[in-house]
Design a protein. Structure first.
Length: 514
């Protein structure tokens, strides 16, 4: 009799453990659902984190990546990079009483990297401050440390007055990057980016309606020193399209950037994450460059205006789910340079300003994804086609202009399978960008520095010519039966660009989910 009771108890416990392990692996697989990822950008909004998933999931990881190129994609990217890092991400659902719930999410990470052969860029975050980069013709390696922190919370409560669920959300994000070199020229840069977002959502019957507002502040201090008095390089304050502010060339190497941004997003869809969904948003930002070594001289300022919209439809059957989506994004950048009079007591009085730089980008995209579940696994396929139109110009005499029209397409396939306490996942993706138009106006004789002109051509050759990218990944995850799973992930990426050049990147990471 006692043996029978022990057998029944053991069987019940084993069944419970099996259910737990299956639940954990299935939860991980659901968070990686490719059809759901068509809506993943919606969950960047604080007010919609409550709909991201029905279950909590946390991730701790460590990784290493190595990138090697025959020639850098663009000068500031460098042709080789080694990165090691650690990170944690958390998503916690907490159901309370009185028809209310809270959702918490956050993350933190640290990365240390060394990039080789950076050219024509001695400042951080070229993607943010471009075209107003401090540059020289020497360059070299650069070590960098990147810290990121993010946290948010939302509170959802049923309102009898409105007969709806109301969500209030807040999110904060901060990142800091330190970059330096210990041989001439020796940049020492520190940049920080702080963002805070607020959201309000209303869930009535089957649908949700949300509005989110984000504010941000960006700063960077940059100082470049040289100790070799024999061969001190000339430093340039680039102004875009192969130009620089000629008057302040030389040894003015201390500067800082001051920027801010504000954005808003409206979102609508079904709260069960199927059916139609739509969103529209706009972001306005600016960054000003100030030369510290010239008594805080405000050299130039760029302003960005960006608008985006996306509409889609997803559906879910017993085993198969699929979705389609269309999106569009417009970004317009304008750069204004300040004009100064003769210096008085080492102070340059500002006498005028003129808009000189412009960059306009228009992107459209159509995509479709299907995922089929079988037993304890799933297969997916995704494809898409799009168009990218870009025009960069500098209003000088003669004017400098770059125009590109790119047709983009991609195809991705993959799947996963759960076998006992193991989950195996694989995936592959191919992206193609085909050049329909690539025009550059402005000959070599129109520029006052051959090397800066060459750096601009380098950039336009990458953006304007056809390129392709192939990537693959594989991962193995093991459930320890202690509410924790451990995994390892391997990724490979290959890019071919500028007609003759290529780049390889391999990333390996290990971590645990719980």
């Amino acid at each position: 009799m006692h043996r029978k009771l022990l057998y029944i108890l053991f069987t019940a416990c084993s069944t419970h453990i099996s259910a737990q392990e299956s639940s954990l692996l299935l939860n991980i697989a659901e968070h990686d659902n490719r059809v759901r990822q068509m809506r993943s950008y919606l969950f960047d909004a604080p007010s919609l984190q409550v709909l991201r998933s029905n279950k909590s999931l946390n991730d701790i990881r460590a990784g290493y990546s190595h990138r090697s190129a025959s020639s850098a994609t663009v000068p500031e990217a460098g042709d080789s990079e080694k990165t090691a890092g650690i990170g944690i991400d958390s998503y916690i659902k907490n159901m309370n009483v009185n028809l209310s719930s809270t959702t918490l999410w956050g993350g933190a990470s640290y990365e240390h990297s060394k990039t080789e052969n950076i050219r024509f860029a001695e400042t951080n975050d070229a993607d943010i401050v471009y075209p107003y980069i401090t540059a020289d013709c020497i360059g070299g390696w650069l070590k960098s440390e990147l810290y990121k922190f993010k946290g948010g919370a939302s509170y959802t409560k049923f309102s009898e007055k409105l007969n709806s669920e109301m969500t209030y959300a807040i999110e904060g994000e901060y990142s800091a990057r330190l970059a330096y070199r210990t041989i001439d020229p020796r940049p020492n840069n520190l940049s920080s980016d702080f963002k805070i977002g607020f959201g309000f959502g209303l869930m009535k019957e089957k649908y949700f309606y949300a509005i989110d507002i984000a504010l941000g502040k960006y700063k960077q201090t940059s100082s470049i020193k040289t100790y070799d008095q024999v061969s001190t390089p000339t430093f340039f304050h680039l102004t875009g399209a192969g130009n620089d502010y000629y008057r302040f060339r030389g040894d003015n190497t201390s500067s800082y950037y001051n920027g801010k941004n504000i954005g808003a997003t409206l979102t609508w869809g079904r709260k069960d994450n199927i059916g139609l969904f739509a969103s529209a948003g706009a972001v306005f930002s600016d960054v000003e460059k100030i030369i510290t070594s010239l008594n805080q001289l405000p050299l130039a300022k760029k302003k960005n205006a960006e608008a985006n919209a996306k509409v889609g439809f997803t559906t879910r059957g017993e085993r198969t789910e699929w979705g389609v989506a269309a999106s569009a994004k417009i970004k317009n950048t304008k750069g204004t340079e300040n004009i100064f009079g003769s210096a008085q007591d080492n102070i340059y009085p500002q006498i005028a300003q003129q808009q000189m730089y412009g960059d306009f980008t228009f992107e459209t995209n159509l995509s479709a994804t299907i995922q089929h579940r079988y037993g304890k696994g799933s297969l997916y396929a995704s494809t898409g086609i799009g168009n990218i139109v870009q025009e960069e110009k500098y209003e000088s005499s003669p004017s400098r202009r770059f125009k590109a029209d790119i047709l983009s397409s991609h195809l991705a396939v993959g799947g996963n399978r759960i076998s006992g306490r193991m989950m195996y996942s694989i995936g592959a993706e191919a992206k193609f960008l085909s050049s329909l138009k690539n025009d550059t106006e402005g000959g070599k004789q129109d520029f006052n520095n051959d090397e800066i002109y060459g750096a601009w051509l380098w950039r336009t050759e990458y953006l304007g010519n056809s390129r392709r990218e192939i990537s693959a990944e594989a991962s193995v995850e093991y459930d320890t039966q202690k509410m924790v799973s451990i995994y390892t992930n391997l990724q490979y990426n290959y890019q071919h660009y500028r007609k003759l050049h290529h780049q390889d990147m391999i990333t390996i990471s290990v971590g645990c989910h719980f």
